[in-house]
Design a protein around this ligand. Structure first.
Ligand SMILES: C[S@@+](CC[C@H](N)C(=O)[O-])C[C@H]1O[C@@H](n2cnc3c(N)ncnc32)[C@H](O)[C@@H]1O
Length: 353
């Protein structure tokens, strides 16, 4: 047993993280391969994949138990015992994944080799750490932990096309670990989702705003030319954007001096400004995913209000969203073919009308 000393607790916490990442890769990739076998892949691979999966699960439990936060803080971690306990299952992971690569090639399933190689490399990565830990247990200086390394190896195969049952919708997977992204995305594709990937929050916002079509075009209208003129400048004050989350603000606006902001060019370029009188002009002959008409209906007489809502709904895509002001609640959204999502947000439900 070691006494807690200086940065030892930090080191142990870091070690736990360093070990868990590749162990999760071993578990995740073996599950993916077992899914593949269950879906009609080569059953000959199943027994060894089961062994790898079981070894990965045991290893993770062992690491979690031995390096639990409380133990790390108290310095009561027997690193030598831990590193010895993990060697046998680790050797099994590395050994079986190596053999399975040969089996896969023999069976004409070269497409499975990349994942098997990832398992082998994750096993070797943990073994490398274990060797370093053994040195520590013998009294050598604590090795400096590097940031988690993405597992190298051949590039991940492209995401499989959606070949499963019904389309469940689109999901964006955000994870800074490439292998985690890959594993999760492939699982979700199997479950019927269309999946996009991003390695961090900024990339995720980029994808959301400019690649996934949210939005790709914006039509901004008002009856008042001076309002449109002001909007076209793209200039706003900090106060105008109160309540807009910082990452979204950063994404859409560039800061200028004196607390002013300007809509970024790449977003400004997708906005079309047009004068439109909601009471008199013909509505655009287009379908929109989202129509935001906040605090405008309040200016209209009741009869006009109902007509405007109906015409806005007619311009919505099926399942499109209508966003009104908080005082413009629709008492009977069903009469417009709308369902309430939350107060002042409605979704078009054309099919059920
Ligand atoms: C209180 S502002 C709301 C602005 C913005 N929607 C918001 O929530 O901050 C009302 C806007 O409705 C516009 N408006 C009034 N009557 C209109 C009409 N008949 N057709 C289109 N826009 C109209 C006004 O010019 C004004 O810009």
């Amino acid at each position: 047993m070691r006494e807690p000393e200086g940065s030892t607790a930090d080191f142990l916490r870091g070690l736990r993280h360093e070990l868990r990442t590749p162990l999760n890769h071993i578990i995740g990739y073996s599950e993916l391969l077992l899914d593949e076998v269950a879906a009609g892949g080569p059953s000959r691979l199943a027994p060894d994949l089961d062994k790898i999966h079981a070894a990965g699960t045991d290893l993770l439990a062992l690491v979690d138990e031995s390096l639990a936060a409380a133990k790390a803080d108290a310095g009561v971690v027997d690193l030598t015992a831990l590193s010895e306990a993990v060697r046998t299952p680790l050797n099994a992971v590395v050994g079986y994944s190596g053999m399975l690569q040969e089996d896969a090639v023999e069976l004409g399933r070269e497409d499975l080799v990349a994942d098997l190689r990832r398992i082998e490399e994750a096993g070797k990565q943990v073994l490398g750490l274990v060797l370093a830990v053994l040195d520590l247990g013998r009294g050598a200086a604590a090795p400096v932990l590097s940031p988690p390394t993405a597992i190298s190896g051949p590039a991940a195969p492209p995401l499989p096309s959606v070949e499963q049952s019904a389309d469940q919708g689109s999901l964006l997977v955000v994870d800074d670990d490439e292998a985690n992204r890959d594993m999760l995305a492939r699982r979700l594709v199997r479950l019927g989702y269309t999946v996009a990937l991003a390695e961090h929050g900024r990339a995720a916002l980029d994808r959301l705003f400019f690649e996934l079509g949210l939005p790709s075009q914006v039509l901004a209208t008002d009856v008042d030319e001076s309002v449109l003129q002001h909007a076209r400048t793209g200039l706003w004050r900090e106060d105008d954007l109160e309540g807009v989350p910082a990452p979204v603000r950063q994404q859409l606006f560039e800061p200028l001096s004196g607390g002013r902001l300007r809509v970024r060019e790449r977003f400004a370029s997708i906005i079309e400004y047009r004068r439109l009188d909601l009471l008199r002009d013909p509505y655009p002959n287009r379908r929109f995913h989202l129509i935001a008409c906040r605090n405008v209906l309040i200016y209209f007489r009741e009869a006009d209000r109902l007509g405007v809502v109906q015409r806005l709904v007619d311009c919505l895509d099926d399942r499109g969203i209508l966003f009104l002001g908080s005082t413009e609640v629709l008492l009977n959204p069903g009469m417009f073919g709308l369902a309430t999502v939350s107060p002042s947000i409605y979704r078009k439900i054309t099919d059920e009308r």
